[in-house]
Ligand binder design. Sequence first.
Ligand SMILES: Cc1cc2nc3c(=O)[nH]c(=O)nc-3n(C[C@H](O)[C@H](O)[C@H](O)COP(=O)(O)O)c2cc1C
Length: 395
Amino acid sequence: MNVVLGVSGSIAAYRAADLARELMRQGCTVRVCLTDAAQRFVTPVLFESLTGQPCLQDAFDEPERGRMAHIEWAKEADAIVVAPATANTLAKLAHGLGEDMLTTLAIASRAPLVVAPAMNPKMYADESTQAALTVLRGRAALVVEPASGEVACGDTGQGKLAPIEEIVSATMTVLRRSRALAGTRVLITSGPTHEPLDDVRFVGNRSSGRMGAALARAALLMGADVTVVSGPASVAYPLEARVVRVRTAVEMLAACLPLLAGADYVVGAAAVADYRPESPVSGKIRRSGETLDLRMVRNPDVLASLSRAATLPRPVFVGFAAEPDEGLEHARRKLAEKGLDAIAVNDVSGLGVGFEAPDNALTLLAPGVLEASGRQTKLGCALWLWERVAGLRGR
Ligand SMILES: Cc1cc2nc3c(=O)[nH]c(=O)nc-3n(C[C@H](O)[C@H](O)[C@H](O)COP(=O)(O)O)c2cc1C
């Protein structure tokens, strides 16, 4: 496991030496990258002697001639840990500024990021620092919260670098997570379906596709090959995911069926319309009488149909159930009726969670499993879900 340890210009920089040794004790190969400011506190020689690896400093000063270290290290890294992370480096990471070797390397890498902020409590509490951390959390970075107490300048409050064992534990978590779906193929349905009434109108629902996008991002972060079959959603899916666009439930099923062979996981996060207008009108339905009768016919159940069509070795099937009243009975029934391995119950009753919202709260139901995620960002929920669903394979 290759860890790039980024050290930025904080008084706590000296503690990165212990961190490097602890990570090496856990079996990691540690390569250290120092910012200019960090070199005012610690020297490359210290880390080169400790790790036996060259220490990166200047973006233009490559340790191996003709090889771009920021790209090579970025590719080879299984995790990037920035500890201590200054307010300045956090802001650069959040905004994608590649002003030095560390931040350039971080942009070039798809490895999971761990940041351990260390600074004066006022700097830590400042809106700009908190905003940077929110952005980084939104990209699945793991933030190891600083401890409270007296900091070097004599002020008291939250800002001391977290204990080394906490940073090591966070690093081991992201390393484990980044391999949990390695080599697997994931098929995700996402977004709403639009069932046409005529050429300009449709029956739809409020699904934004955000949960599906979060599931795709999380699965990619965990090493999977990801295909998303999406209804009409404006959410941006990750570039690394293959995205097949469809409109209706019937099209969604038709697009998924050929992708079933070879899939290890099938997750139905799409809000598929249960019914569709029986006879869509070509052109436009014109205003005429006082009422308009609409006859709807049943749509195929996409996930249940896929589960029935699956041959051995069967993928793990995971459904979503949007339950406005938190009732689990309906979800339990769905689990059995649709032939699923697990179902994630989505509380859509609360404000700020569920449909169109940035956050979610899931309850995972599987044989012998009943666990709640608590309120988290959709990406946080997706990582939480995949960690548990990965354990269902081969059960
Ligand atoms: C003695 C001293 C201690 C500092 N400690 C911190 C610190 O703990 N956290 C922080 O965010 N900035 C600290 N700074 C300010 C940073 O070093 C400064 O913002 C620098 O530009 C950070 O650059 P870097 O993020 O590229 O390492 C300190 C500065 C000095 C002079």
